[in-house]
Ligand binder design. Structure first.
Ligand SMILES: [Zn+2]
Length: 125
């Protein structure tokens, strides 16, 4: 009975997605931090996140919510790739032009040529 009502209510509405779940975790995190530090700013932030989460869940503008989720997913993957890259690569800065250069780990002492200014320097990878 209650289930039917809920199902009818959710018809044509967006529902839960990865972004909503992520916002929920952040909200819970904020509440915990708020409790530890006894700071109501975190509670306020948690409530705002939950309100946005509910708004998205019950939204009938499915296309917009879908696009938001895709954006979130792209940002998330970019961060994950940076973390993965840190395990397999070193990031060095060129000593003369500060250009960042990505070098695979475990190659021993190597001479690096900056792709931007052609400065050569030696690093252990
Ligand atoms: Zn350079």
């Amino acid at each position: 009975m209650m289930k039917d009502k809920l199902a009818r209510f959710m018809t044509g509405r967006y529902g839960v997605d990865a972004l909503s779940k992520f916002m929920l975790y952040i909200a819970i995190g904020c509440m915990v931090i708020g409790m530890i530090f006894r700071n109501s700013i975190f509670d306020g932030f948690a409530i705002i996140l939950l309100l946005i989460g509910y708004f998205r869940m019950f939204s009938k503008n499915i296309q917009s919510r879908y696009n938001e989720n895709i954006k979130y997913w792209n940002i998330r993957n970019r961060f994950l790739n940076i973390f993965k890259m840190r395990k397999t690569h070193h990031i060095y800065k060129c000593p003369s032009c500060k250009q960042k250069i990505r070098i695979p780990k475990g190659k021993g002492k190597i001479e690096i040529t900056c792709p931007k200014c052609r400065t050569q320097f030696i690093k252990r990878s």
